[in-house]
Design a protein around this ligand. Sequence first.
Ligand SMILES: [Zn+2]
Length: 165
Amino acid sequence: MDRRILLASVAGLLGLLSFRWLRAEPAKAAEKFEVEKTDAEWRAQLTPQQYEILRKHGTERPWSSPLLKEHRKGIFACAGCDLPLFSSDTKFDSGTGWPSFFTSIPNHFATSQDHKLMMLRTEYHCARCGGHHGHLFDDGPAPTHERWCNNGLALRFLPSSGKSA
Ligand SMILES: [Zn+2]
């Protein structure tokens, strides 16, 4: 076999292998969730804005959420599946224009990394329905120094007094 042909085929094979490897990278197994619905079912259940946030990783306009002024005792639950996510005891005014919490109810969120806006951010989503809620930062208040920056439209407030929100 001609040496040049051999080298060319080795290079071709390596090229093919690396191409396949690169292609395999984004094809990670999708997370499985207890609540899974079709796109059409989510569109029917959610408002267009909620759909954009929860299912398409959208972000609401800052200062637009009525929950910023919600100071009653209660639970903030997922607007997609009603899983309790935050207690009112952990809510604080971050000054960012989004409802913010210094911790969440354990194991009710899962996280991932995203590179939107050219920086690495920790995205978090509901562990039951996979709905996107917001981003987690490390500049929050004591005791955790966490800042869970959440879209208000992704939450449903359930006051513990029994009065409706
Ligand atoms: Zn959910």
